[in-house]
Structures are given as structure tokens and as C-alpha cells.
Design a protein around this ligand. Structure first.
Ligand code: GLN
Length: 496
């Protein structure tokens, strides 16, 4: 295999070639580092340290030579800059954490490293994972002097989605075979959909949140993003598992090998199609691609079942009360005392807090802190926060009613394909675009997005699959069977 083709390999193929020593981990790392440089105009990476990566790759080669090394031995990956890493700085794409060096690795990072993965660097995202277009990063990507929006490799004038936009762009441009992302209200599924790749958010509590910089703790989950369901299954199997001492919401459910179910038949699989996901807000091009992919599922033996998720519309106001409420509490730790930015000049302690936070946080983060503080304040708590909690429970119950009639739920991941950079300046229009990913997030259910074709101007469309708790294997199996019958996931942007 010539080195120029190495980046076209998926995780499974790459891992096999590394194990058989057809290529070395050092060669693979060098190849992807060179690609990252070649495509740095996308703004996908916020930090790269070649020496660190190559040292990890040499260590992986040494293990492979001894016949050791885990399932991902030598496979280069990259992490969203929300996961703390001791070998790379961690910023959460915020000025508040510029230059911050963590003394430890996030559990997900530790687990992937234990499996032999080599870290290429850290990936751009929206500040503190707040956003859906990756236009809110406050950190200059590698190769730039100032912060930039991340660009979509399918059309560099368009957004890659967010908040894991750097992650999605990196996979779509083949700058890494697979990466990590986080999903609080859709940040794995929506950018996966915008960039024509596959991504899965597991059941809440399956992947440890230890070392994941908190946005909204009752919603935040880590997950993999890659080209195919098979690659995501490989990574997710290594990422999950109990971490009870370090994350109080970690579930005591053993790690699972999600690749084991990949080839199960989906004959007779009941796919619920929620009417509310196909209303007026859905653009015609996305609807056409999603409808065609549902037909493909019928050809594969699945049965489509009409279902209803009646509170879908309420998921937007509910999420945009609860997530900011939790964010305002989580972000109170950034006060200039323990870590990160501190204002240079201040009169007294209160002034130091104020100036530090005014300088350190970007506009969207400040907006959420204000909304959060408002909905939690006396007098408004009952009217907003408590009501939102109640409706959250009803949304979760609606899913359980739906799962009596179906095994998985399918619909669009987002109402449109990727929009133009700068095209949605009003925050509310950004929030509304999250409507199809928020319900599963609020219910804590696993959700996946897979490439399902192309819409207007050749932009990718994602099909979302939502399963009941702990059905990641079933979702990945359903996605894998689709990918064996179609080639949308193998298509790539021009020039990539
Ligand atoms: N777009 C949503 C938001 O801005 C989701 C973000 C996420 O999942 N991290 O909150």
C-alpha cells in the first residue's frame, strides 16, 4: 500500500495492517500529521505536537513488535478539545482556558490510549461545546493567528455543524481515521450529518464524563465519530465502561464489544418513523434523502412503523432552559482563582471575578450563563426550571411508549444540510435547528447519525437512528447493514 492511500483506510483496515506490520504506527502518524498540515485551512485542529504523537507511535510499534498492543494499537485518532489531556493543552475552545495544561487525562482518553491509539492532536469545537455550527470557537486553529470558524470539507464556505465541528471536519477530510466528540444536545450527530460521516452518542452514563469539561452534566456524553458504523463500533467498545469512583453518573454496566452484533440480520427490524420529525420545518432535500434511506431499509427486510413523539417541539425550550441552567452552575468554577485566565488589573476580589469572566468567556457562553442564572433564580425557578424538568420526564416517557411498537426510531438528524458560514446569526435560529437531536439527549437515549445521501448543492444528509437504553449494538448493527448496501459513507469531498 502506498502511503498516499493510507488515509483512505478505515479504523478496522488500518488496525489490521498495523498488526500485520504492513505499516508502522510511526508511518501512519507521520502520514496523518502531514495531511493535517496540508488541510489546515479547514481549522480543524487547535493543537498538534508532532514529537508527542511520534513518541506515542514509537511506543505502539514497540508493543506491536512484542505481539502486544490493544485492538487500536498504532491507530491515529484525535480528541475534541473538551477532553483534558496531559500531553496536549486543553482549551474547550475558550480564552478562559487558553494555555491550560491538565495534569491528567480524561477517562475516555486513557481508555483509548490503553487500547493502543495514538493521539494526533486536539480538535476545534464551539466554546465549552455550546453551539451547532462551530462558529463559536475563541481559539486560533493550528496555522492561524486568530480564532476562525471551522470549515466544512464538502464546501469550505459552509459550517461543519457543531459543537464537534473540528472532529467531523477532520474525519470527512481524512485527517484522522476516527476521532472523539461529545454530545449534549446533538453535537456528535448533527456535525456527523453535516459532514457525511458516522457518529454515535451512547446511552447517558455509558462513557465516563471524568475529564470531559462539563457543559450540562445531566446531558453530556462522549462518543466516537468515524467514516463507518464499524469504525465507530470499534472505538465505542474501547471508550465505554464503568468509572464509578470518578464519575457519579457512570453506570455500572460492563463494557461491551459492539462489533459482535454488526452482522446480525435486520430482517423484521421494526423502525419507528415519528410523524413530528417530518413536519413543515424539514427541508425538501433532506426529506427526500431520508425517505430514500427508509426505503432502502425496507429492502433490507426492516418494517416501517408510524409512531408519534408528541412533545418533540417542546424539546427546544426544555433543553434551552435546562442546559443553560446546568452550564451556569458548571462554569462558575472559572473565576480566575484556580485555573485559566485571570484579569491583569482589578480593584478587589469581586472586580477580579467580574473582569476575568467578562474577558474570558465569549458571547454565546455569556448568553447561556445569563439564561441559566435567570431560570434558576427565586421566583422563576418554579416557572421555568421545574416545568422544564417535568416535561423532560414526559419526553422520556413518550419514547418508552413508542418503543412498545418499534425497535429503533429513524428520522433526519437535522432539518437542513449545512448552512453558509455566518448564515445564521440569530441565536434562536441556531437553537431551533437542534430540534431532532434534542429529544434523545433529554431522554438519555443512544443516538447515531449515518450518511444517507446528498441534498441540494451536493451537501451530505444524515439519517438519525435512536434506540432504547443500552441498544448501541443494535443501532450500530442497523447502520452497518445499511452501509454494506450503500456507499454514501465511502464518498468523499472533492480533492480529499
Ligand atoms: N447545539 C446544541 C447547543 O448549542 C448542542 C451542543 C452540544 O451537544 N454540545 O447546546
Amino acid at each position: 500500500m502506498s502511503n498516499t492511500e493510507l488515509h483512505q483506510l478505515g479504523v478496522a483496515e488500518l488496525a489490521a495492517q498495523l498488526k500485520s506490520k504492513e505499516i508502522s504506527a510511526v508511518e501512519a502518524a507521520q502520514h496523518f500529521l502531514a495531511r493535517a498540515k496540508q488541510h489546515q485551512h479547514l481549522g480543524a485542529f487547535v493543537s498538534i505536537h508532532e514529537d508527542t504523537t511520534l513518541a506515542q507511535a514509537r511506543a505502539a510499534d514497540a508493543l506491536i513488535a512484542q505481539g502486544k498492543g490493544g485492538r487500536l494499537a498504532g491507530v491515529p485518532i484525535a480528541h475534541k478539545d473538551i477532553f483534558v489531556t496531559k500531553d496536549f493543552p486543553t482549551t474547550a475552545a475558550s480564552k478562559m482556558l487558553k494555555g491550560y495544561q491538565s495534569p491528567f487525562d480524561a477517562t475516555v482518553v486513557t481508555k483509548l490510549a490503553a487500547s493502543g491509539a495514538v493521539t494526533l492532536g486536539k480538535l476545534n469545537c464551539d466554546e465549552f461545546a455550546m453551539g451547532g455550527a462551530n462558529e463559536n470557537s475563541a481559539i486560533a486553529p493550528v496555522g492561524f493567528d486568530a480564532a476562525q470558524p471551522v470549515r466544512n470539507p464538502w464546501n469550505t464556505e459552509r459550517v461543519p455543524g457543531g459543537s464537534s465541528g473540528g472532529s467531523a471536519a477532520a474525519v470527512a477530510a481524512r485527517l484522522a481515521p476516527a476521532v472523539t466528540g461529545t454530545d449534549t444536545g446533538g453535537s456528535i450527530r448533527q456535525p456527523a450529518s453535516f459532514c457525511g460521516i458516522t457518529g454515535i452518542k451512547p446511552t447517558y452514563g455509558r462513557a465516563s464524563r471524568y475529564g470531559m469539561i462539563a457543559f450540562a452534566s445531566s446531558l453530556d456524553q462522549a462518543g466516537p465519530m468515524g467514516r463507518s458504523a464499524e469504525d465507530c463500533a470499534l472505538l465505542l467498545s474501547e471508550m465505554c465502561g464503568p468509572d464509578l469512583d470518578r464519575d457519579s453518573t457512570s453506570l455500572d454496566v460492563p463494557a461491551e464489544d459492539f462489533t459482535a452484533q454488526l452482522n446480525d440480520s435486520i430482517e423484521g427490524l421494526r423502525i419507528g418513523v415519528p410523524a413530528e420529525f417530518f413536519g413543515d420545518g424539514l427541508s425538501a432535500d433532506v426529506r427526500a434523502a431520508v425517505d430514500a434511506s427508509l426505503k432502502e431499509y425496507e429492502k433490507l427486510g426492516a418494517k416501517l412503523v408510524p409512531i408519534t413523539l408528541p412533545r418533540t417541539e417542546l424539546s427546544v425550550p426544555v433543553y434551552y432552559i435546562l442546559a443553560p441552567a446546568e452550564a451556569s452552575s458548571n462554569l462558575s468554577r472559572f473565576d480566575g482563582v484556580k485555573f485559566g485566565h485571570r484579569a491583569q488589573k482589578y480593584a478587589d476580589l469581586n472586580d477580579m471575578y467580574k473582569k476575568t469572566r467578562a474577558e474570558g468567556f465569549g458571547d454565546e457562553v455569556k448568553r447561556r450563563i445569563m439564561i441559566g442564572a435567570y431560570v434558576l433564580s427565586e421566583g422563576y425557578y418554579d416557572a421555568y426550571y421545574l416545568q422544564a424538568q417535568r416535561i423532560r420526564r414526559m419526553i422520556a416517557d413518550d419514547f418508552q411508549t413508542a418503543f412498545k411498537d418499534c425497535d429503533v426510531i429513524a428520522g433526519p438528524a437535522a432539518p437542513t444540510t449545512a448552512w453558509a458560514i455566518g448564515g445564521k446569526s440569530d441565536p434562536v435560529s441556531n437553537y431551533l435547528a437542534d430540534i431532532f437531536t434534542l429529544p434523545a439527549s433529554l431522554a438519555g437515549l443512544p443516538g447515531l447519525s449515518l450518511p444517507a445521501g446528498f441534498g441540494d448543492a451536493g451537501m451530505p444528509v444524515g439519517l438519525q437512528l435512536i434506540g432504547n437504553y443500552f441498544s448501541e449494538g443494535k443501532l450500530l448493527n442497523a447502520a452497518h447493514r445499511f452501509q454494506q448496501a450503500t456507499d454514501f459513507h465511502l464518498q468523499r469531498p472533492a480533492g480529499i
